[in-house]
Design a protein around this ligand. Structure first.
Ligand SMILES: Nc1nc2c(c(=O)[nH]1)N[C@H]1C(S)=C(S)[C@@H](COP(=O)(O)O)O[C@H]1N2
Ligand SMILES: [Mo]
Length: 312
């Protein structure tokens, strides 16, 4: 199935509007949460904007996307096995319709969304992002999705919504890797509320212009491009607004190795390997890893005053 996207917008158009929206949010502070349904692509050509060119990489990198075949055959999705080829081989068993996502917790309007209604109700955009796995490899992936902040705004969060907890489906009959306790199932992840409503944080429902292949997290997954890939939880069934920092699958399994924040950070090594460099899938030479995966200009402010070696 082909997803409607907007080939009429160039990267610069999209990012100009993104900058415009983002500025407005920062000015209005918490009121920015009320910007429900204002998809960037939905502004059309008329929106006023005066963006510095430096922003043109913020929302879509101009780097060459990793070939589709690599994006869909070299995966981490432990619900289907621990080897890179296992998800492509086994995820076909997962039934992704019907599918609902419960969004609840500290909000005035908790709701259960049907995935097709959710896709129809939101303006989809293409976002080409770098993805850096904590294992030391990276890709450039053209996602199709919508900002998580729009979904959060739809349920009207209260002031008690300080974190967001995410859960993947639990269904060992189809997710055959869930028969083994390599992680505590279901897979769980979490973000601080400001990270969750950051304009870069995406709910992806597609890649390369089409619906997500199961191995990439169909029918919907999170994409947080400045954090290690494991934060980008796949095949989500529940999103809860919570008061306290929620437990996360990798932190539960190895707290010394995987922290809650997990911002890409070349200066903080994993206990068992360096994070200074990475291998871009399809390339031979390693390249330097960038702080916040190259998105620091847009996200570093959220961590001002925090010790990122302790809060790894
Ligand atoms: N539910 C779930 N989500 C997950 C994982 C997983 O095992 N289960 N693996 C994570 C890891 S380690 C990475 S690097 C990315 C990989 O996403 P991709 O296969 O689409 O490139 O998914 C993340 N999301
Ligand atoms: Mo990863």
């Amino acid at each position: 199935m082909l997803i409607r996207h907007r080939p009429d917008l160039t990267d610069n158009d999209v990012t100009d509007k993104a900058l415009y929206l983002r500025r407005r949010e920062f000015i209005t502070g918490a009121a920015g949460l009320g910007l429900a349904g204002v998809g960037l692509a939905g502004l059309g050509g008329a929106a006023a904007s005066a963006a510095p060119l430096a922003f043109s990489k913020g929302f879509s990198t101009t780097e060459k996307p990793t070939p589709r075949n690599d994006v869909t055959s070299y995966n981490n999705f432990y619900e289907f096995g621990v080897d890179k080829g296992d998800p492509a081989e086994n995820a076909g068993k997962l039934k992704t319709r019907p599918w609902t996502v419960r969004v609840d917790g500290a909000c005035e309007a908790p709701r259960t969304f049907d995935i097709d209604d959710l896709i129809k109700a939101n303006k989809l955009e293409e976002r080409i992002y770098r993805l850096r796995c904590v294992e030391g490899w990276s890709m450039v992936i053209p996602w199709v999705g919508f900002p998580l902040k729009d979904l959060i705004a739809a349920v009207k969060p209260t002031s008690k919504a300080r974190f967001v907890a995410f859960e993947t489906l639990l269904r060992p009959s189809e997710m055959t890797g869930q028969r083994w306790d390599v992680l505590q199932w279901p897979y769980r992840e979490g973000l601080r509320i400001d990270e969750a409503v950051h304009p870069l944080t995406l709910i992806a429902v597609g890649l390369y212009g089409e619906t997500l292949p199961n191995q990439n997290g169909a029918p919907l997954r999170l994409v947080v491009p400045w954090k290690y890939g494991f934060k980008s939880i796949k095949s989500i069934t529940r999103i809860s607004l919570v008061e306290r920092q929620p437990p996360t699958a990798w932190n539960l399994s190895a707290p010394r190795e995987y922290g809650f924040y997990s911002n890409v950070n070349p200066a903080v090594d994993h206990p068992r390997w360096s994070q200074a460099t990475e291998r871009r899938i399809g390339e031979f030479r390693r390249r330097d890893t960038l702080a916040f995966n190259g998105y620091g200009e847009w996200v570093a402010d959220m961590y001002r005053g925090m010790d990122l070696k302790r809060n790894f």
